[in-house]
Design a protein around this ligand. Structure first.
Ligand code: BJ8
Length: 382
């Protein structure tokens, strides 16, 4: 078992600690909005005076319960999210006044229909071509509809001024995250990929955005100071790995462990918990609704078609983080990432001349040995 240095403990325990916090918010009469995806416009929730929480969905534990209602050959993230909800094992779901989802992949949107029978649920219709003017207009209307739903459900008055303040605040949080994970550009990196992941994952459960910004900046400063005094857990000779693909966290951290046990070091995450969610900001000068709609629709998730922006982002990361190899994590039965991996592999190996491997996995730990052998051979090649 890898022992995290003390300064990362707070993030390692953030999900559990958040359980008490969300209960406190509820007792104070605050409204709680549960979310599943990076496409949810957090600024609208913040401007409504509500608390936005990430719902649990990264553990194998509730999957058996989920399979009573859902097919077995479904993405583990969807089954886990649903299983947590029906078993009341996710306190964030339990305390939520409203759940917001988006029509991203087929599995998620159909699962939301079932969740809607358990809780108040609002599903935003997400267009799947983010280069098209009509899609943007449609998405703007969806953002307005979410604003109206929050106003009517919570009796909130979401003014332009409140939206502008929320945009500034959430942008600041994005910058704080970037400053943190941007430390991975240093050679050698000042932390291991597992340490970085604990912070990125844990920060999703920091519900007070101001506190989250402060904590991230404090941690970044601490890491910088330790690094300047010569301390790092990462070796300077370790091949530098970029992780891309499906969201990673909880059970799927086994891939990170396997990379680092085999001598590599993860220096960047392109996934939703990392660069993909934060590299673009909401334009603070534009009309707030237009700016929010533009930012969120531009997220290069594989549910978009075409999705060239993801390749451009990977290209930038390979250059900026001096990447030696790309590991794509695909959750079983995730068709969009699985099919897109063909283009990602071609692009990374042929155009960027960088080694690439894809790992298809679920939330069980049964394939640890097999992943270890494949990852070990991949890293040895570098
Ligand atoms: S913006 S990555 S959080 S949709 S892995 S459930 S796509 S079958 S999670 Fe995602 Fe939003 Fe995109 Fe990010 Fe479906 Fe694939 Fe499962 Fe997925």
């Amino acid at each position: 078992m890898y022992n995290l240095p003390k300064m990362f403990n707070e993030y390692d325990e953030a999900r559990q600690k958040g359980f008490i916090k969300v209960k406190d918010y509820k007792e104070q009469g605050r409204k709680i909005v549960g979310t599943f995806c990076t496409y949810t416009p957090k600024e609208i929730i913040e401007a409504a005076g509500a608390i936005s929480v990430s719902l649990c969905g990264t553990s194998e534990e509730p999957i058996q319960d989920a399979e009573r209602d859902l097919p077995r050959n479904l993405c583990p993230l969807i089954k886990s999210s649903y299983g947590f909800a029906i078993t009341d094992k996710c306190p964030y779901f339990y305390f939520s006044d409203l759940i917001v989802g988006e029509t991203t992949c087929d599995g998620k949107k159909k699962m939301y229909e079932l969740l809607g029978k358990l809780k108040s649920m609002y599903v935003m219709q997400l267009p799947q071509n983010n280069k098209d003017e009509e899609s943007l207009n449609l998405w703007k209307k969806e953002v307005i509809k979410l604003k109206e739903r929050l106003e009517s459900e919570f009796g909130a008055d979401i003014t332009i001024e409140k939206l502008k303040q929320a945009i500034k605040l959430v942008n600041e949080e994005r910058r704080a995250k970037e400053e943190f994970y941007g430390l991975g550009k240093l050679c050698p990196p000042p932390m291991t990929g597992l340490e970085m992941q604990k912070v990125l994952y844990g920060s999703q459960f920091k519900m007070d955005i101001r506190e989250s910004i402060e904590n991230l900046r404090e941690l970044t400063d601490k890491i910088k100071k330790e690094y300047e005094s010569g301390k790092t857990n990462a070796s300077k000779d370790a091949p530098r790995i970029l992780i891309t693909g499906c969201p990673i966290g909880g059970a799927s951290e086994k891939v990170i462990k396997s990379i680092e046990d085999n001598g590599g070091v993860v220096v960047c995450y392109e996934n939703c918990g990392g660069v993909k969610a934060t590299y673009t900001k909401v334009d603070e000068e534009k009309d707030p609704i237009d700016a929010i709609a533009e930012k969120y629709l531009s997220i290069p998730c594989s549910v978009m078609s075409p999705n060239e922006d993801r390749l451009n982002l990977i290209s930038e990361i390979i250059h900026e983080y001096k990447i030696d190899g790309v590991v794509e994590v695909i959750l079983q039965a995730c068709h969009t990432y699985n099919i897109e991996s063909y283009s990602v592999k071609k692009f990374v190996t042929e155009e960027k001349n960088t080694p690439y491997i894809s790992i298809e996995t679920d939330y069980s730990q049964n394939d640890m040995g097999q992943i270890g052998i494949r990852v070990g051979t991949f890293i040895e090649m570098m």
